[in-house]
Ligand binder design. Structure first.
Ligand code: HEM
Length: 393
């Protein structure tokens, strides 16, 4: 098996990981990534197979679980009750409760809100060059997830800070400072939501928090810690990836001079899927093997970790002709950007809706939108997103 030596903090790799993915994939479905000391799936078929294989999962195997360091306690508390970190039967129960509250009706009802929000944000665009990531790509998902959950929009700056601090824990370049910030933000976030839930209990509304509170009160189904952790997961996951899907997509579209035809009602779905395939915001997730498994020429032992490189899977030439070409007219095929299997993204329909509306509104209102500086990705692998996106209308 090929060994890949590639630092995940090498700036060249972070700016453009795709040539390395190609080189790795040329050796097969799996490579051994020496820097992470684990195997990594790099082809579409291997990433999809591992995501769907129930012999692998996200929860740390029981015999490997260790109490974390005391200074991380608030962050670990949230993680330990998160559905993203659980496997059945806990995952089944938590996911069912979230899905009961996160209905397609509730998502569809957001359409006019997202539409109005997009237009209001565009109304306020300055004439001079400005950062579209901050003023648009970030605002649409943050305000939308606040409205869906029923959290005051004025809380957006705090939510953004807490969320950034918490998700920074997944970066390859994590330090003690990262950990302290994550713990402090997890504590503030938990305290805020605990008291907010209390307030909302006596003042129910038609929102997701109210529906989750009903699930908590409905017998033993959702504990208080699970309720808070679920809200935090939804608030964080509900914007971090969508912001950068929009940002990465707009970078590509503006650099390649994609025309307004790609944002019409009959073409927008294919454009959004191509944006998600071409340059996804999340590149790597991991799984633990729960038993001995022979797959793609490798024998996994229980407890082995394996990396699933979603960004590599999406550029697999076995599935997409000319995978490095951005082509919004491609037929839609399943890509790996939202994962697959048990943990398939709960928010995929919402993210797609936001992207469709926000992109269509932007190109309708700003047909001459153009880059005013070369965009650069933030120096973090895994969260693949821009530092800023300077444009002029
Ligand atoms: C374009 C935007 C998004 C992308 C690319 C994305 C990507 C993903 C991926 C890859 C996973 C699976 C991780 C794994 O298998 O280990 C996931 C899970 C999840 N996502 Fe998203 N996501 C996006 C938007 C959202 C939104 C808007 C929400 C919520 C409103 C959300 C909520 C979740 C939740 C709750 C999970 C955990 C599901 C589970 O463990 O069963 N995501 N997402």
């Amino acid at each position: 098996m090929k060994t890949l030596h590639q630092s995940p903090v090498d700036p060249n790799f972070v700016q453009n990981p795709y040539p390395i993915y190609d080189a790795a994939r040329a050796h097969g479905d799996l490579v051994y990534w020496a820097d992470y000391r684990m195997h990594a799936a790099v082809s579409h078929r291997a990433v999809q197979a591992l995501l769907k294989d129930r012999r692998f999962g996200r929860e740390v195997p029981a015999e490997m679980q260790r109490p974390g360091p005391a200074h991380l306690a608030p962050w670990l508390m949230v993680e330990s009750h998160s559905l993203l970190e659980a496997e059945p039967p806990r995952h089944t129960r938590l996911r069912r409760l979230v899905m009961r509250a996160f209905t397609s009706r509730a998502i569809a009802a957001l359409e006019p809100t997202i539409h109005d929000l997009s237009h209001k944000l565009i109304d306020a665009f300055p004439d001079a060059s400005f950062d579209l990531l901050d003023t648009y790509c970030m605002q649409v998902p943050v305000v939308t997830i606040c409205r869906l959950l029923g959290v005051p929009e004025e809380m957006s700056p705090e939510l953004l800070r807490w969320s950034h601090d918490m998700v920074a824990m997944y970066q390859a370049s994590r330090t003690r400072q990262t950990e302290d910030a994550a713990a402090a933000s997890a504590k503030e976030f938990t305290d805020f939501l605990s008291s907010y839930v209390e307030k909302r209990r006596s003042d129910p509304r038609d929102d997701l928090i109210t529906r989750l509170i009903a699930a908590e009160e409905d017998g033993e189904k959702l504990s208080r810690d699970e309720l808070v952790a679920t809200c935090i997961l939804l608030l964080n996951a509900g914007h971090e990836a969508t912001v950068h899907s929009l940002g990465n997509g707009l970078r590509t579209v503006l650099q390649q001079g994609v025309k307004a035809d790609a944002f019409q009602p009959e073409t927008i779905d294919a454009t959004v899927e191509e944006i998600l395939r071409f340059d996804p915001p999340l590149h790597m997730f991991t799984r633990y093997a729960y038993e001995e498994i022979d797959l793609f020429g490798h024998s996994f032992k229980r407890g082995d970790e394996v990396a699933l490189l979603l960004g590599a899977a999406n550029r697999d030439p076995q599935v997409w002709a000319e995978p490095h070409k951005f082509d919004p007219t491609r037929p839609i095929l399943t890509n790996s950007s939202f994962g697959a299997g048990l943990h398939f993204c709960v928010g995929a329909p919402l993210a797609r809706l936001e992207m469709r509306i926000a992109l269509a509104a932007l190109f309708e209102r700003c047909p001459n939108l153009a880059l005013s500086a070369e965009p650069e990705y933030s120096n973090s692998y895994h969260f693949h997103g821009l530092k800023r996106l300077m444009v002029q209308v």
